[in-house]
Design a protein around this ligand. Sequence first.
Ligand SMILES: C[S@@+](CC[C@H](N)C(=O)[O-])C[C@H]1O[C@@H](n2cnc3c(N)ncnc32)[C@H](O)[C@@H]1O
Length: 126
Amino acid sequence: MPGLLRHAPWELANKRLDVKSPEPIQILSVAGGSADLLLRLLLILNRKKLNCQIEVTVLDKDKSALDVGAKIAEEVGVSNNFHWVHGQAKDIKILVPGKRFDIIEIVGLLDYFPNERAKQVIAWGG
Ligand SMILES: C[S@@+](CC[C@H](N)C(=O)[O-])C[C@H]1O[C@@H](n2cnc3c(N)ncnc32)[C@H](O)[C@@H]1O
């Protein structure tokens, strides 16, 4: 698991320590598929008792990949942490309106796009 993804939630949680009811840490996975890495991350964080809720939004155009992730999340007891969103990355503003994210993960998508298209995808935030 990439170190950045593994350590970022701890850093964010520590920064929120002095807030009584901290907002959940929001993670967005664009083209996340079955969110294998994030499912594993959630298990690690739960085991080590992170002092902050984590909410993960997984967006992918392949409904069957999302269904696999949702099934595993249910089986390993982290389904409450996940929102599975079916659709194209380019429609992210419509599919996930008004939500702000602390961590955005895009693995295995932009590599396949021409530079201009990749820029459009990551420019959705304006
Ligand atoms: C190589 S997989 C990576 C999956 C996951 N990020 C991972 O690292 O395990 C690429 C994923 O991108 C999704 N995908 C490809 N083009 C997409 C698009 N335009 N919008 C949303 N998802 C897309 C595919 O359905 C597939 O699940």
